[in-house]
Structures are given as structure tokens and as C-alpha cells.
Design a protein around this ligand. Structure first.
Ligand code: SAH
Ligand code: SF4
Length: 351
């Protein structure tokens, strides 16, 4: 027998199709969907309010060929300022991932993991330093949003308002599961987080970016750039050897031309490596003509990389060069560094 499938892996349409295959009217998908993604209920078996055919279907299948992902929170750490919370989640096979909640003026952005570890090996990233264990299933990505929303509800808050796929893993390496999860998360009858508020960050998997473009995926795309020459980029991001800057930028321009949407670029600032005004000018040349927003991320410390972070003054100079060249550019606030919840620090350890 094949292994059971989680109800959280299904899209709304998928539940309807599955019910129909089993001879149940697909309109009964609606109450089940509401229980799962609006109430965030984890008990679908003892529901007197469900219609009888749905109750009968659950009695036949739940716990056998259909289950429910319930990653457990094994630790919650809050940063000293209380604005960042890191959840350590244990999956059903014992693997661990992290989800980070970041509060900004009453609005919360949640940073989701898409894999256990990462295969891309970027030298300054703690997740890359731990290597790749496995892809997450759609339900394991959706469950992270459930946990975040439950936590916010318990604090009397709404949200999350925005999602960034910038936790552990390379989202486009796990393309199908990630896009299915986003379909589930953005469903207006469920969690209802709009596609424009969801940002997918990639290290630069060119064929996957092309597919994302061709499929007209409605989510924001962020590309991690970090260097403006192939030699420098390949030294930081091994994937650049396979898909160098010229191909990456061509895929970016194709995305911009096809979707008409602004592209986001990540630039981790490393002292003496990629943080000088002349580096900034090369970035401006590379992105010339694109509607682009560059996010500068001062390097966060990780055990496996000795590089040092750029000071605020140099970051501001870098920003000014890009802005003068007509690019949008912000410096990302450093968040949650004291609890190792900053960008690139996630490796499932309890601090
Ligand atoms: N795999 C995807 C998304 C997760 S990483 C990607 O690489 O884009 C999210 C962002 O954090 C990326 O831009 C990544 O380059 C950056 N990052 C990784 N390690 C970092 C570190 N130690 N300090 C600051 N940013 C880091
Ligand atoms: Fe993976 Fe992104 Fe870390 Fe690179 S920066 S190792 S792609 S998670």
C-alpha cells in the first residue's frame, strides 16, 4: 500500500476530486476546507457539524490512507526585543525545520522553510553548511503558516500578512511542492494570503525561473545575487558555475518582460568582498533597465564562514550608489540575530 497522504497536501480542487473518486459529492470539500484552513482545526474526526457523507468518508479513510500533517513545535525562542520569534518544528519523521515570525508595526511577516537543509552549498549560509536532507511536502509548508496564524491568534493579532520563502532550503529546487503549497495558502476560501504578499526567493535556478515565468506564477520573485562577476559569485554560490550571471540575468529580464512586475534582488553584504562603491556600480550596470529592488542584507554570522559583516556606514554608501543609478534599494533590518533567526542562520538548533 502506498503511504498515506495528508489532507494538508491537497488543494481545494484536489479534495473535491478525491471525494468524487470515492463517490462523495465534491461540494462537501467546502466544510472540510473551512475546518482545515480557516478554523485551523486538527480534529476532523469528531465533527458533528460535517454533513453525513463527509463524516462517513472520513471514518473510512482518515488514519488509513488519509492523515493530517501535524508538525509539533518543540521550541519557541523570542529575540530580546520580542519582535522576532523562531519556531522549531519536528516533522513526523523526526526531521526538524524552522519558521520565523517577524513583527513590524503590528504586521507580521513569516519566513517559511521549504526543505530540510539545502543542496546549494552557499558558503555563508548555515542551512547550506548543513547539507541537504529532504524536500518538504506541501502540507509541511502549509502547516508552518497554520502554526504562525495560531500563535498570532493567541496574541489577539491577525496575520501573517506577508510570507517570504527565505527560510531553510531553496524553494525552486522543490518546485512542485512549493507551488502547490502556495496555491493552498493563497486560496481565498482558506488562509487567504494574497499572491502579491508572498515572495519566493531563489539562489538562481535558471530553468525553474523560466518555468515560473512561463506558468505566469502570481507570486513575487526575489533572486539572490550577492556578486556582480562570475568569478566572485561562483566563489560564494557554487550554483553559479552551472548557471552563470549572463543566463541568470537573461531569465530575470524574461520574467520582468513577461509579467511586468518588479523583481527583487538579495545582496548579502560581506566586508571587503562585495561591499565597495565600485561593487555597487557594477550591480547598477548589471541591472540597468530592469524595474528592480535590491535588498541589502548585512551578513549574519554562521559557524562555517569567517567573513565579516559590513558596517552601516558602508551599507548606506552602497545604497546611495544604487539609488543614484535609479534602483530601489533598502537595507534589511537585522532581526533575531541574538536567537540565530536571521537570514542564513537557520539550521534547526535551539539557542
Ligand atoms: N534559498 C533561497 C532562500 C533562502 S536564503 C535563496 O538563497 O535565495 C534567504 C536569503 O538569505 C538569501 O538571499 C541568502 O543569500 C541570504 N543569506 C544566506 N545566508 C546569509 C547570512 N549568513 N547572512 C545574511 N544573509 C544570508
Ligand atoms: Fe540554500 Fe539559500 Fe542557503 Fe544558498 S542561501 S544554501 S540556496 S538556503
Amino acid at each position: 500500500m502506498s503511504s498515506p497522504v495528508s489532507l494538508l497536501d491537497f488543494t481545494f480542487a484536489g479534495i473535491g476530486e478525491r471525494l468524487a473518486v470515492d463517490g462523495v459529492n465534491p461540494r462537501h470539500a467546502r466544510p472540510l476546507w473551512g475546518a482545515l484552513h480557516r478554523e485551523l482545526s486538527v480534529d476532523v474526526e469528531n465533527r458533528d457539524d460535517f454533513p453525513a457523507p463527509l463524516r462517513a468518508w472520513l471514518a473510512d479513510h482518515f488514519g488509513h490512507d488519509v492523515t493530517l500533517d501535524r508538525p509539533e513545535i518543540t521550541a519557541t525562542t523570542a529575540s530580546d526585543d520580542g519582535l522576532t520569534r523562531k519556531l522549531l518544528l519536528r516533522l513526523d519523521d523526526g526531521a526538524e525545520i524552522e519558521t520565523v515570525l517577524m513583527g513590524y508595526r503590528g504586521r507580521t511577516t513569516v519566513c517559511l522553510s521549504t526543505q530540510v537543509g539545502c543542496a546549494m552549498g552557499c558558503v555563508f549560509c548555515a542551512t547550506g553548511q548543513m547539507g541537504f536532507t529532504r524536500h518538504l511536502r506541501p502540507g509541511e509548508i502549509v502547516a508552518q503558516v497554520h502554526h504562525a496564524r495560531r500563535l498570532l491568534r493567541s496574541l489577539g493579532q491577525n496575520g501573517p500578512r506577508n510570507l517570504v520563502l527565505m527560510g531553510m532550503g531553496e524553494p525552486l529546487h522543490n518546485y512542485d511542492a512549493v507551488l502547490r503549497a502556495l496555491d493552498i495558502i493563497s486560496d481565498t476560501g482558506g488562509l487567504n494570503i494574497g499572491p502579491g504578499r508572498i515572495s519566493v526567493s531563489t539562489v538562481g535556478l535558471v530553468p525553474a525561473i523560466r518555468r515560473f515565468t512561463a506558468e505566469r506564477q502570481p507570486y513575487q520573485l526575489a533572486v539572490s545575487l550577492h556578486a556582480a562577476t562570475d568569478e566572485e559569485r561562483s566563489a560564494l554560490l557554487p550554483i553559479n558555475v552551472r548557471w552563470p550571471l549572463e543566463e541568470l540575468l537573461a531569465a530575470c529580464r524574461e520574467h520582468a518582460a513577461t509579467t511586468g512586475r518588479r523583481l527583487f534582488f538579495g545582496w548579502t553584504l560581506i566586508e571587503g568582498k562585495n561591499d565597495t562603491p565600485s561593487d555597487a556600480r557594477r550591480v547598477a550596470d548589471l541591472l540597468a533597465g530592469l524595474d528592480a529592488h535590491v535588498n541589502l542584507i548585512p551578513l549574519n554570522p554562521t559557524a562555517g564562514y569567517a567573513g565579516r559583516t559590513t558596517g552601516l556606514a558602508a551599507a548606506r554608501t552602497f545604497q546611495t550608489v544604487l539609488r543614484t543609478a535609479g534602483l530601489a534599494c533598502t537595507i534589511r533590518e537585522r532581526r533575531g540575530i541574538d536567537v540565530a533567526a536571521g537570514c542564513g542562520q537557520l539550521r534547526a538548533t535551539v539557542v
